[in-house]
Write a protein that binds this ligand. Sequence first.
Ligand code: M6R
Length: 600
Amino acid sequence: MCGITGYIGTEESKEILLRGLEKLEYRGYDSAGIAVGNKDGVHIYKEKGRVANLREAIDSDISAQIGIGHTRWATHGKPTRDNAHPHQSASKRFTLVHNGVIENYMMLKSNYLQDVHFQSDTDTEVIVQLLEKFTEQGMGTEEAFLKTLNLLDGSYAIALLDQESTDVIYVAKNKSPILIGVGNDFNVVASDAMAMIHVTDSYMELMDKEMVTVKKDSIIIKNLEGEKQDRATYKAEIHEGDIDKGIYPHFMLKEIDEQPLMIRKIIRSYQNENEQLSVKSDIISAMKEASRIYIIACGTSYHAGLVGKQFMESLADIPVEVHVASEFSYNMPLLSAKPLFLFISQSGETADSRTALVRVKEMGFTTITITNVPGSTLSREADYTMYLHAGPELAVASTKAYSAQLTVLAILADVASTSNGKSSGINLISELSIIANAMEVLCNSKTEIEKIATQYLSTTRNCFFIGRGIDYFVSLEGALKLKEISYIQAEGFAGGELKHGTIALIEEGTPVIALATQDKVNLSIRGNVKEVAARGANPCIISMEGLETDEDRFVLPKTHELLTPLISVITFQLLAYYAALHRGCDIDKPRNLAKSVTVE
Ligand code: M6R
């Protein structure tokens, strides 16, 4: 949540900062702002809403070779212009942008800043006012910054300008991501490498509780005790073309369509020289030693974890529990004797998951991250990482990352099973190839799926998704997708559970989308459809070849029963897409959300 850019060098900073912010908008789009410095001082421009609004508000004649920028996802204070970053200290000497949450900001205000008039409702402003307070007491900027950082509880990525020395950007990090990009006669600051890939592909990671002074020709990293830290650079393997919509009207549609090709790429990425599926032997040994695997994740990644449990238990005979990260950290279940923790996160930056990872690491347990983003916090901090190879996912609604997560989880389960000397009973490469072909069929069925969206979802206020077994888990994901981008109140339910209360919500015409891809529950889910239809619901059955009946609205191509989530989800992704399109919603940037959720 919230994106940060910074530039110091010899070029005009404002365009570089704005281009970076445009690429960081997926982290929040409640407001955007930049501060640029020149011989006349620091100049702030900020606007409510998108970076496009900010662009229009900037003085096109302003010339400055240093600056910081911010795109906001509001936590403390409404998404207004006053609460937009950058924030300034009372005398306007210090200007700062922040991503994260300062948990003790009320205490800091009352202990140190009673006499300060605050301009915003944010927790952030306390940082810049504290800094000024300490410099007024005679400290230099760096000393005051370190003292301030040592007082903060919570998460922060900070970029700071000092009007009295406009040849330096101060940066700090704790729990929230921020990188330093290295250039020739310039350096940059960014929440992720993609944001500044138009100027450099060379980056330095920062660790928690570090502070940096960034000048155009030097980067000095210190810990919060003021001791210098060495840091190597790494090359970010991202291409600007990967983050382009191309011919598509929305990233979401592009990313849905990328899935068949992506599945083939993942298979190749996990094949060894004998063309067998293969996973790092350390990971497999950790799985063999474990008495139970705990999958920890949020949102769509949590839904992928629920399907992943089925893969692990049925292919590899390993017991698995799946937990929502935000609950797990503060309400930990009784753990098995030898637990192994598997974190699933597209971004690799999700704060809830990261908190859980830090906790279980402190307890001495082994951790694996499955993520799409090399170099992300969760990938760096886990003992082992498996990559999704899905390519950048930019739409806030996760689509291809979910399919990639299922594919990698299936591969992991399959390899764990064969390494135990038994067969998983499935030729996974061949079944995944069938899946990729079936995905293509679905991606070519957009006209039909759009008609279903028009028929059931154009005007409804609510909608239910039901399924049994593995179909239930996909129903949860279908409902999340629909509510997230079309704002229709949608809930996923186990088919048999509706009658225990929720069926009271069924009214004349309520759409109930029922998934029927599993032979053993085919008749029972159809029974549940009859129950809701008898109460006026408008049922839409999505079934699979071999199980279909005349009442079904859409029939999925036949695939292996265990892998059906990989294709049924595409129908749900497209239904959500077209429902949102017909309702005029902002598909790639739905309201109130952000792609990367870096606050707890
Ligand atoms: O990056 P992560 O996979 O950790 O993100 C977790 C959730 O925030 C994410 O899956 C979210 O639910 C999606 N936007 C849903 O489409």
